[in-house]
Structure formats: C-alpha cells, structure tokens
Design a protein around this ligand. Sequence first.
Ligand SMILES: Nc1ncnc2c1ncn2[C@@H]1O[C@H](COP(=O)(O)OP(=O)(O)OP(=O)(O)O)[C@@H](O)[C@H]1O
Ligand SMILES: [Mg+2]
Length: 369
Amino acid sequence: MSAEPHDHAPVLASRRTLEDLVRNKKVLVMTGPGGVGKTSSAAALAVGAALMGIRTCVVTIDPAKRLADALGIENIGNEPVQIDAFGSGDLYAVMLDADATFDDLVVKYAKSPEQASKILANRVYQNLTKNLSGIQEYMAMEKLYELHNDSRFDLMVVDTPPSSNALDFLDAPRRLIGFLDNKVFRLIMNPGPAILRPVSFAARAVLRTISKVVGSEVVDEAVAFFQDFEGMEEGFRMRAESVQALMRNDATAFIVVTAPRGDTVKEAASFGEKLAGFGFQVAGLISNRHTPDFDTGTRNEELPTVLSSRELEVLEQNLTRMEQLRISESKEVDWIVGLLAPARLVKVPMLAKDISNIEDLAKMARSLI
Ligand SMILES: Nc1ncnc2c1ncn2[C@@H]1O[C@H](COP(=O)(O)OP(=O)(O)OP(=O)(O)O)[C@@H](O)[C@H]1O
Ligand SMILES: [Mg+2]
C-alpha cells in the first residue's frame, strides 16, 4: 500500500453507481481475487444492463456449468450468441476460447496462409495456451479488443480468469511478447533466410544441452516455431499496445469484486491500488455474498401462534447472530471505500442458492444496479 492512498486516484471525479457505469462506459472489466463472484457479477451486470435496453455483450471465462447453462452458452464457440433475457434482444454472451482466439491472431498476422498453417500445426505452439502463464488473461483482453468496435454492442462486460494472482492479466501482454522475442532462440537461430538457416557451432552446443534436458524433438519443434513466428512479433506487439491503450481509455472502467472477508478484502484493496497505479480506472467495487438483512426490526405477529416459545428463542438467537455477522462483514469491507475512492461500493447479498438461471442473474442484477 502506498503512503498516500490517493496518489493514483482514478480519473473519475465523483462517485458513480454501477448504473452510471453501464450507461456511460463502453467496457467494464471485472477483476478481483479467486472465487469471489467475478463471473457471476459480470453476467448479472450484463443482464441488468440489457434489461435497461443497453445492448450488452458479456465475455465470460470458464464459467461454472450452471452459469454457462443459465446463459445458454455451454457448448458454444468463441463468438457471441444472443441470449434470451426476458424477451430483450439486447444480451449477447461469449465464452472465451483462448486457443481459438490465439489461432485467429496467428492467421491475422501471418504473412501467408502457409506460415499460419505451419504455426498452427506446431506442437510447441499448440501447448502454449496451456503452458504459458497469463495467456488466458491476454486472450480475454484480446477478445475484448476484437469485439469492442462491434456495432451490435453498446457495452462489453469482461470477466477475468480464475487466477492465483489477480494481476496476471496486466502482465500477460508483456509476458507473451517476451516469450515470442525469446532471446535464447534468437541466439540459436542465425539471421538469414528462414528455410536454410544454418545453426552455428556455438548454438549447436546450446541446443545439445537443451535437447538432453527436454528431448531433441521438442527442441526441433521449438526452433521451427520461433523460425515460423519470425516477423510476426511486431504485429503482436502493436496489437498488445492497442489492447493496453483500450484498457486505459476513459470509456473503460475496472470493477473490483471482493467478498466481505478480511484477507480477501485486503487482496482486493491491494489489487485495486495497483490497477490505479498502472493508470487504469477503478470505478466500481462489488462486495459479494453478504449475509442478507433479515429486517430484525420488524416482527411477524403471527409467529408466536405457530412457533413454540423455545423455537422462537432459537429463531431470535439466529437472527441476532446473522445481524452481528452482517455488521462485522460490513466493517471488514467498508474501509476499502476510502482507499479506492471515488469508486463506490455495492454490497450484494448471498442468494439462497447457487446462480443457475437467468432469473437468479436478474435478481443479482437488482442488487448491483
Ligand atoms: N451472491 C451470490 N449468492 C449466491 N451464490 C453466489 C453469489 N455470487 C456467486 N455465487 C456462487 O459462487 C460461486 C463462485 O462464483 P463465480 O464463479 O462467479 O466466482 P469467480 O470469482 O468467477 O471465481 P473464479 O475466480 O474461480 O473465476 C458460483 O457457484 C456462484 O454461483
Ligand atoms: Mg470466474
């Protein structure tokens, strides 16, 4: 945490509700610690926006099966499909396919169809999306970039992947470019025509050592991959810069999602600060799964007639405990507001069950907007 929390105060001058954001921003990115409800919040916010008549596309990443079912996207590919949200034609959803998104990029930046096919067939390339950390994150941003100018949508709501380190996606473009620019392979491959490129004596020694460790087949394919990729890094680099620029654009805002638990709030807070420090606009805070307010102030007069006095006592105790929990959860999370001002905090109650249909999403949306 910085000594002066407002050093990197986000661009917005006044506190804005999530309704403000869905009306006025073009891109909203849900971020935050693992398992707090980023995917659900993204889907719910998109449903809420669509119900307001805002043409919205939500990009979700690896959603729980029930949520994918709720959105009707379980078996769809990498393209947005229209979702029936209470008869509104304004909701689209896409489930990110990181492999297919990367393939599209390769085809886009390859100098020829042959170059693209060679890369796509290379096993080192095929394993990249599984093994190169941050690639999912990058592809989510990439998909967003691809779709943000789509005239079908006024608003994109983007989920970020489950990740042990929520900042991975910020670093992903740099990591990808760094990998494609791989210095070791640049050393191994001499400049010259790609097809008959001789491998220098010194490089052979390096290759022999690597082969011993990872197997010569892998090295051959890796060399082939980097040779085939040659000339495309620049396209990728420029694209990554455009994606970064979109993330910093005034029409893009980040929403930090957290749960009202000490450690999770701390993680979310430090994440929000870092985002702001990187020049991203943190404009919203969602604290999800709060103990609901059971309105302990009012009493149902009929209860004493249907419950025994012992049952009533237990009910009272439970309600008191819930109320204490609700107050302590609020205390856990409220301090984050001062830190990430002017982002406004929205508290979402825990629903009675897991989110499994569009009605559940609409219910969550009513707490958000
Ligand atoms: N307000 C809520 N009430 C009840 N259940 C909720 C609520 N919000 C989320 N859930 C449930 O919590 C689980 C986790 O939510 P979700 O998948 O949206 O989290 P996430 O932050 O996207 O997780 P990950 O980091 O793994 O991607 C899901 O089963 C979802 O249905
Ligand atoms: Mg998720």
